[in-house]
Design a protein around this ligand. Sequence first.
Ligand code: XMP
Length: 480
Amino acid sequence: MLLVPQCSVIESRDPSRVDLRARLTKRLHLARPIVSANMDTVTRAPMAIVMAEEGGIGIIDRGYRPGDIEPQVREVLQVKRTQHGIVRDPRTIDDNATLAEAAAAMIQSGIGTLVVVDAHGKLAGLLTERDLRFVTDSTRRVRERMTALDRLVLYEGDISLPDAERLMVERKVKKLPLVDRDGRLIGLVTSRDLVRQRRLPFATRDDNGRLRVGAAIGARGDYLERAAELLRAGVDVLVIDIAHGHSVVMERALAAVRARFPDAEVIAGNVATAEGARFLDDRGASAVKVGIGPGGGCTTRITTSFGVPQLQALADCREGVGDDVPIIADGGIKRHGSVAEALLFGGDTVMLGSAFAGTRESPGEIVQKPVVVPESQKTVKVPFKVLRGMASLEAIKDRLDVEEADLVDLQALGAEGMEVSVPLRGSARTVFQDMMKHLCSSISYGGADSLEDLRRRFRADPHRYVVRLSEASRRESYER
Ligand code: XMP
């Protein structure tokens, strides 16, 4: 199919001027309807940071070994620490520590300024990288090199970001520690964070100005403990995603998560039918993830013959749950134009895996592969990264314990995913921004002035928009 152009009503297709807001869950909203997939070759902290900075969100995968919760928590913390309005848990160091310990803490955390506290947790000073330069005796104490309290500007109590900025400009300081009445550290505002907040007006942030991030927990094994640790680290949304979400396994998991964490945002999936979507909504999902088998690294339809074509699945699920339930259209987006289709047929947001694979921010080694140039028949080396389905043998194997991997007949596990090589292609930020430009163009062609307006118009009269393609017109449209 194609979508029939309507009379355009917007002057500009600039994404900074077109409203692209969307619901992620019943409570969380995004300025851009984009979610990066919880796959171990797609979303770790670097990808999640770009997603949130651009107005979407990334979901950290759970592709770690069972019981190995800490690495996933670390990724979440890295996102939450990237940018802040007010840093609630700044890196601190004891005033009695040595300069060598301070230098190690700076290297390990990648943070150039440590807040110095005394044995009672009271603010004692600030120590920056500069204070450590040219120091020959690193056994000296932090308190000997720090900028002490009497030379710092600080603020007692909480402060709004605009007030903090005013005070910092007036007093010409780059760091503003916040303390309680007893002088104990309760936060830190830095000029670097204030500048970054301004530069990224669409960023997805929590109430403290930190970037938002999600994480997947699965539905078996350590999932409850994993959820507890992730929530403690500040994760904004949990994703219980299993290949077949319309199942008793999911029912049990969702009930347990809801009972233990009643206020958490919990996305559940995947389903592909109205009944499946209602099943998840009735059991307390904050949003429903839709997609059985459309994914680029996915072989479910080939190996089982089950699944529903993605646009059909989205339309059915939307019909099934009505307008109040947010839907995430997960998988199968190969062209940027498909983002608009997925959002029109039922998705509030889209989840993408392969579209962001092979970028600078996707995890994984770069491998040089020989490729034959058709024109010259010469072989050249091209850099690739691997994208693999989370149900591929390779991904399953990596999640098993070493001993377990020897015992389990991997073929018998029935893989439903595969590994593909994706040529390297710059930053995910560029892919994201290009995608948003194209989405704005879709809104313009669709005769709407915002994403929400386009969805409303389409839903009111889909037949006005959809034109079926013959085989010849399909080739004319999509074969290049
Ligand atoms: P795209 O097309 O954006 O799809 O790469 C991403 C989505 O694919 C799903 N996924 C899988 N599905 N077997 C599957 O059946 C797999 O091994 C697999 N790995 C990922 C997942 O929903 C993801 O968000």
